[in-house]
Design a binder for this molecule. Sequence first.
Ligand code: 6GU
Length: 232
Amino acid sequence: MLRVDIITIFPEYFREAFDYGIVRRARAAGLVEIKAHNLRGWTRDKHSMVDDRPFGGGDGMVLKPEPIFAAVESLTGAQGRESVPNGTRVALLSPQGRVLTQSLAAELAQCSRLILICGRYEGVDERVAEALVTDEVSIGDYVLSGGEPAALVLIDTIVRLLPGALGSETSAANDSFVAGLLDCPQYTRPQEFRGMRVPDILLTGNHAEIAGWRRAAARKKTRRNRPDLLKK
Ligand code: 6GU
């Protein structure tokens, strides 16, 4: 069982987020438990301040360290990176992180406890990244207003990798990126739609030829949409 705790200033953002599809099934099957916590609950001042102005000047507000350290301590017992229990990862979601890949998702899917800290785009006090977290993760080279959508993306990629999360007939082994290529194109009925025909070979029942066509089609699609994947 994987337990995921999200630390956020917008816990309501996640209200229905995990009630659909594979994530819903995985929760129902007891493979994962996900809870969103309000960072404000760990403030101690009378105005429940989670952010403050940046030292040195500049636009926007920066998330303060005290409530974030208090949140992680109350959830894990750890006062810093060194005391985080075995099997637990504490990840800060920020555009300054390591870019999420399928292999990082597979690594995170091995742990038993995941704490996700949602940053705001203006920033999070750097002492969180320096001393508290085990991982700093970005979901790509573009800017989000906050880490909340990134937390959804990360949880989805991880949950579908948990043993038993996908139906017995499906497997994550053939997904895009696992073999370093995009997935091959798929077709379903009708055989002809608005003059566009399904490739004849897929209708032959010749499994060896179909497998060969799929490999070639995956390479062609990868060359067109993601040539960077072929250059490694
Ligand atoms: Cl994790 N947070 C924000 N604010 N922007 C991002 C991101 C995360 N990943 C990509 N862009």
